[in-house]
Design a protein around this ligand. Sequence first.
Ligand SMILES: [Zn+2]
Length: 249
Amino acid sequence: MQEVAPDVFCVEGTAVNWVLLRDGTELTLIDAGWPGDTSAVEDSIRMLGRHPIDVQAVLLTHAHLDHMGAINHFHQKYATPVFMSSAEVPHARDGHLEQAKPTDIIKRCYRPSALRWTARIMVAGALKPVQIAHAEPYPTPGPLDVPGAPVPVACAGHTSGHSAFHLPDKGVLVTGDALVTGHPLSPLSGPQLLPPFFAHAPAEAEAALQCLAGVDAEVLIPGHGMPWRGTPAVAAEQARRHARTSNTL
Ligand SMILES: [Zn+2]
């Protein structure tokens, strides 16, 4: 766990990150790992001296299995609500996810690191369908009335309802999978788009970098890879450059 800015914590699970925002004794959880990361999500909350029931809400950047894992557990055990963009709600509810198929992934497992990653995600629940029947859209536009007051930033492309979250007071942008800094299937490090086969609409995912580039922040917390210090504008430019020069996997 890394305190990226005061009261903003990035935690790495099974090659995926979640974020905890702290306001006094209350927390917001952004994304929730794989199903197999559920106890690690709870542990990360206890490491802050809090209890999972202190999580006032879960926010979901996008409905992919590696970000949804602990959400039903929190709802069943602690009645924690979950909010996401209205475009993402139907996918989360019916479980028809805009997600790479296992065959897309297996085709790319020619590198040992990719094979190791695939083995890890299988254990973490990659083949287990998840539906979030209690998924709700953001209740208001603008800053959300949850600890940390994150502001959703629409950046569709990776999925058709993907959100980033801006924390204006902290100078932090939580980018989810709209902009990452590393992934076991990518040979690159630093700001980048995920390999195109992970995106629902790869061209839109590249265009969405423009939405992030205009956000005023000094630190990015991605869905995959390490937190990164720099502005979204510089990160977006690096990601565009990588997208133009890297081989598509
Ligand atoms: Zn994703």
